[in-house]
Design a protein around this ligand. Structure first.
Ligand SMILES: Cc1cc2nc3c(=O)[nH]c(=O)nc-3n(C[C@H](O)[C@H](O)[C@H](O)COP(=O)(O)OP(=O)(O)OC[C@H]3O[C@@H](n4cnc5c(N)ncnc54)[C@H](O)[C@@H]3O)c2cc1C
Length: 352
C-alpha cells in the first residue's frame, strides 16, 4: 500500500517533536512523527530519575513522569508514530513534496518537514574493554534507571563529569557504598558538587580506570571490577553489586539534504527564532535549531515547536492564520472538554 502523504513529517521524538505533533493536531494538520530510537522522549530518557523543576507550570516531577506526559500529549490528535526508524536523507521531489528516507530505504512523504532531531541521536559512550563482552551484563548501567534500585548496594561509578558526580551524591545515603573512580587527578564537574561527594562518604579513587570486569559463571552479572592505577599500572579488585558508567555521549547527526543542504553550525541548524531554516518548507524546533537568544531547555523546545508548526501551516496553506487559537478557546477541544468537564464534575460529586 502506498504511504499516505501527511501534512508534516516531524523528525525526532523528543520534547520538541512530541510537542510539534500535539500542536500540529491543534492546527488541524495531519502529522507523522519519526524517532530513531525504540523509545520516545529524546534526551529526557537520559535523566529519567532526575527531578525537573523548570518545565513551566509543573510541580517538580521526575524525568520519567515528564516523558510519559509528553508522549500522552504528543498523541492527543493521533499522529502516525514510527519508532526505531532513523531518517537518513530528506529531499524534495518533482511534485514539491518532501521525501524523508529512512535507514531501510522507505520513503515518507509530506508537504512540510519539522526537524526536531536534537542535533543528532545521542547515546551514552559505551565502556570499551578489550576482549570483554560487557554488553549483556545486567548490572552495568549507562543511565540511572531509578535511585531506589540501588538501595543497600555497593555501586561503582566511573566518570569525572557532572553526571557521574551528581549520581555519586544522590546515591549516598541510598546505596550502602559508593565508589567513584576517575581516570584523571581532578574532576571536571561543578566544584560545589565535587565538594559534596568529598564529604558525604563516597570512596573516591582518582587516576584509576576500569581495566576488567569479572562476571559470574552465567556471564550476566559483574561481581568484581579490576581497576588500574593510570600512573603505576597497579591492579586492584573491588566487589560490586552494580557498575554505572558515565563517560559522556556519542552523537550521530548524519543526515543528507538534497538538493540543497540545510546550513549547519556543527550539529545544529542555522535558523531564526521563528523556527525557519535555510530551506523553505523545512522548519526546526528544539536543541537542533540555533539562533541568537536560543534557550536549550524544555521551554525553549516548546516555543520553537509552536513556531515551527505555525510556519509549516502557512507554508502549506498560505491563506491560513499565522498562529493558532489558544487551547482554552480552541474549537478542536470542544468535544474533549465536554467529556473532561463531565469527568471533573463526577469526581467532585464523589468527593474525589
Ligand atoms: C542530563 C540532562 C538533563 C537535563 N535537564 C533539563 C532540565 O532539568 N530542564 C530543562 O528544561 N532541560 C533539561 N535538559 C535539556 C533538555 O533535555 C533538552 O533541551 C530537550 O530534550 C531538547 O529536546 P529536543 O526534542 O529538541 O531534542 P532531544 O531531546 O535530543 O530529542 C531529539 C530526538 O530526535 C531523535 N533523532 C535524532 N536524529 C534522528 C534521525 N535522523 N531520525 C529520527 N530520529 C532522530 C533522537 O533520537 C531524539 O530522540 C537536560 C538535558 C540533559 C542531557
Amino acid at each position: 500500500m502506498a504511504e499516505p502523504i501527511r501534512d508534516v513529517t516531524i523528525i525526532g521524538g523528543g520534547p520538541a517533536g512530541l510537542y510539534s505533533a500535539f500542536y500540529s493536531g491543534l492546527r488541524g494538520m495531519d502529522a507523522r512523527l519519526i524517532e530513531a530510537r525504540e523509545e520516545l522522549g529524546g534526551k529526557v530518557c537520559l535523566f529519567r530519575e532526575k527531578m525537573i523543576w523548570d518545565a513551566g507550570g509543573q510541580p517538580p516531577l521526575q524525568g520519567e513522569t515528564f516523558r510519559r506526559q509528553l508522549i500522552e500529549q504528543g498523541k492527543t490528535f493521533g499522529p502516525e508514530v514510527l519508532t526505531g526508524t532513523k531518517i537518513a536523507a530528506i529531499r524534495k521531489n518533482g511534485q514539491g513534496l518532501f521525501e524523508a528516507q529512512d535507514h531501510r530505504g522507505r520513503i515518507h512523504l509530506s508537504k512540510a518537514i519539522i526537524m526536531a532531531n536534537g542535533g543528532g541521536i545521542v547515546t551514552p559512550q559505551k565502556l570499551r574493554l578489550q576482549g570483554a563482552d560487557v554488553a549483556e551484563m545486567d548490572n552495568l548501567h549507562y543511565t540511572m534507571p531509578s535511585l531506589a534500585a540501588f538501595t543497600g548496594k555497593t555501586v561503582l561509578i566511573s566518570g569525572g563529569g557532572d553526571a557521574a558526580v551528581d549520581w555519586a551524591d544522590e546515591l549516598s545515603g541510598i546505596a550502602a557504598k559508593v565508589i567513584l573512580v576517575h581516570r584523571r587527578d581532578n574532576f571536571c564537574a561543578h566544584e560545589a558538587q565535587v565538594e559534596k561527594v568529598r564529604s558525604n562518604g563516597t570512596d573516591i579513587m582518582l587516576n584509576v580506570t576500569i581495566h576488567r570486569l569479572l562476571s559470574d559463571a552465567a556471564k550476566t552479572r559483574i561481581e568484581l571490577v579490576e581497576l588500574m592505577d593510570t600512573e603505576s599500572g597497579a591492579l586492584t579488585r573491588v566487589e560490586v553489586d552494580d557498575v554505572v558508567v558515565s563517560h559522556g555521549y556519542e552523537r550521530d547527526s548524519e543526515l543528507a539534504f538534497e538538493p540543497e543542504p540545510l546550513r549547519k553550525d556543527s550539529h545544529f541548524f542555522e535558523g531564526g527564532a521563528d523556527a525557519s531554516t535555510t530551506v523553505p518548507g523545512i522548519f526546526a524546533a528544539g536543541d537542533c535549531l540555533s539562533y541568537t537568544g536560543k534557550v536549550n531547555l524544555l521551554v525553549g523546545a516548546f516555543q520553537d515547536a509552536v513556531n515551527a508548526v505555525n510556519r509549516a501551516k502557512t507554508y502549506i496553506e498560505p491563506e491560513a492564520h499565522d498562529r493558532g487559537m489558544v487551547s482554552s478557546h480552541n474549537d478542536r477541544f470542544k468535544e474533549r472538554n465536554r467529556s473532561l468537564i463531565r469527568q471533573i464534575a463526577e469526581e467532585v460529586k464523589s468527593g474525589g
